[in-house]
Design a protein around this ligand. Structure first.
Ligand code: AMP
Ligand code: MG
Length: 422
């Protein structure tokens, strides 16, 4: 299934492998250090800048996991269906404060504090309400049942969340549960981006002369926003080396990272590479992958600072693939996040997936359940890097390694679901 022409081999000779590209990027970037302390609700998707230790045991007291009756199983014969006298009730937020003797019980609600004398809760449905008292069904419970123990979620002094955590809803909830109304996070990463191309048109302009609406700028904005960055839109730039140079310099001054799209191929109007080389250092400018082959990475130098850049290809699918598999990880590291490689899994493909050896391919796939309920993947069809509509139909990327010659229907392949990527 592989096609290996000498022409093809030379095309990839100047490219770095995906693994090398990742190493070069990881080596070159440094996380931002500035921090701020927003109120808790404003920390969603931000990165925690310190370890958080719990000041409290959570739960703070032993409490009931069920609506039922609390009693002491210690001195009771549970097989004898004991009948207990109800002496009070304990509500969540309103605890029973009296004593409970060994032949007594307290009606208790979920979340209510367990009275000191009790060690077990029998659920309402496992007890009979008799005139003489509350009868517990034989074998309904064992000592210690239905009690949430003090500190079982988190103990006072324990690490609640490590520095570098990307804050998601569960983290917000946990921080609230230990009584923290704000959290120290790294400041947002400022990412300047722009599109290049004489053919690019803005909304409202006509495209019947062969123009295309600038979609990349909006895709990149969306990707950055979802990742939790501060996107700085530098606009749509013409294929003019002077304008390109001025825009790159300005972007490098105002942002932590610069992302460009288009103009990194070898066409007559592809000035991005030449301008970036003039203003900085190019670590690589091609990755042995498809789509996304002309992806460049390096550093721009201004009088005040150095700023790393990603020069992504112009094709809309390539932009997304390069972002997902190279830019995303780099930005997360710069945001101070702990490494979080995309979730991948291996599933059976029902489609043949032809490819050439020598480059990693990221094909668009649709993950679905077959008639037996097993998750499988199929191709979206044409893999042209301009077919952005296929990205909207796909729900995952199929990763075919460089040394693979493609997959047959029935083979097992690696996929990365879009959900969770950004
Ligand atoms: P380039 O890498 O500049 O040669 O562009 C490759 C292809 O992507 C061309 O067909 C461009 O028209 C298209 N393209 C480049 N930039 C954009 C953009 N911002 N939005 C949509 N398509 C683009
Ligand atoms: Mg172009």
């Amino acid at each position: 299934m592989s096609v290996n022409s000498p022409l093809h081999a030379s095309r990839y000779a100047e490219s770095v492998s995906v693994e090398t590209a990742r190493e070069i990027i990881a080596h070159a970037i440094a996380p931002v250090l500035e921090t701020e302390k927003p109120v808790l609700r404003r920390t969603l998707q931000r990165v925690l800048a310190e370890d958080i230790f719990s000041p409290l045991d959570i739960p703070a007291r032993n409490n009931s996991a069920m609506d039922g009756y609390a009693f002491s199983a210690e001195r009771l014969d549970m097989h004898a269906s004991p009948i207990l006298k109800m002496v009070g009730s304990s509500h969540a937020g309103r605890a029973y404060t009296g004593r409970v003797a060994s032949n007594e019980c307290v009606k208790i609600m979920t979340g209510a504090v367990i009275p000191d004398d009790c060690d077990t809760v029998v659920p309402l449905e496992d007890a009979l309400v008799l005139e003489t008292g509350i009868q517990i069904s034989p074998n309904a419970v064992q000592k210690g049942d239905n009690i949430r123990l003090r500190g079982e979620s988190i103990e006072a002094g324990a690490l609640a969340l490590p520095q570098g955590t990307v804050i998601r809803p569960a983290h917000i909830g946990l921080l609230a549960s230990i009584g923290l109304s704000e959290a120290l996070v790294y400041r947002r990463l400022r990412v300047a981006f722009f599109s290049t191309g004489d053919e690019l048109r803005l909304f409202g302009e006509k495209i019947d002369d062969g123009g295309v609406y600038d979609s990349n700028r909006h895709t990149v904005y969306a990707l950055l926003s979802r990742l939790g960055c501060d996107p700085v839109d530098m606009g749509t730039i013409r294929d003019d080396p002077r304008i390109l140079e001025a825009t790159c310099l300005k972007a490098a001054q105002v942002a932590d990272v610069v992302i460009t799209t288009g103009g990194v191929s070898v066409g007559a109007a592809d000035y991005t590479k030449q301008v970036l080389e003039k203003l900085g250092e190019m670590a690589f400018w091609r990755i042995a992958m498809r789509p996304g082959h002309p992806t460049a990475f390096g550093t721009l130098f201004t009088t005040k600072k150095s700023t790393c850049f990603f020069a992504l290809p112009g094709n809309p699918v390539s932009v997304m693939v390069s972002f997902y598999f190279f830019v995303r990880d780099a930005l997360l590291r710069m945001m101070g996040a702990l490494p979080s490689p995309p979730v991948s899994m291996r599933v059976r493909t029902v489609s043949a997936l032809p490819k050439r050896q020598g480059r990693t391919e990221y094909q668009r796939g649709i993950l679905f359940q077959d008639e037996t309920g097993t998750w499988c993947v199929k191709t979206t069809g044409g893999q042209g890097s301009g077919i952005l509509s296929s990205m909207t139909r796909a729900n995952c990327v199929i990763i075919l390694p460089a040394d693979s010659g493609g997959a047959h229907a029935g083979d097992t392949v690696e996929i990365v679901p879009f959900e969770g990527l950004v």
